[in-house]
Design a protein around this ligand. Sequence first.
Ligand SMILES: [Zn+2]
Length: 198
Amino acid sequence: MKKILKNNDIVLTGEYLGVVEEYLPDKNSTFIKDGAIFATKTGLVNLDIEKRKIEIKTHQEEDRKTVKVGDTVIGSILFIRKYSVGLNFYTINKKVHFNSYFFGNVHVSQISNKYVEQIEDAFQVTDIIRAKVVEEKENEYDLTTSGKNLGVIHADCSICGTALEKIAFNKLRCSTCGNIESRKLAHDYGEINEHLRY
Ligand SMILES: [Zn+2]
């Protein structure tokens, strides 16, 4: 009896997947013999219904490609440009991806629902922020930190490096040198788990 494959079905190396009339086989994970398609590795079925494409992916590969619009990510600010900040992120929807990182940008208009005049009033290099993916662009992602739960979740004093403490709405103070800084803070600033710091 013919088995109809669904997305995320587990198949074994050498397992019959279908015929070339049904699917467009993927070169890297399938092979064709006499018009029939077989898996060249054990993994999860990935069907592209529109293109009729069949592909076998391993769990790890699947993990790395799961950045989608609407995902929540955690990353650290790498640099500040005039109208945006760049960051790398390893954490997607609370899962930490140690083997690869993704690159994202937050445009000044996406920082807050309030007007942000200077990016430096919202973010500094090395801040850890929680953001949401709004658009996918090749290998980069456009992110937003507009929203109560989004924004900076950890920041160090730009003078002495001590972790800053929240003293008021979007205001932080260094307990070591007394420096006061502003940020676009997430509501749970300072409450993040240690394992999210990298
Ligand atoms: Zn300080």
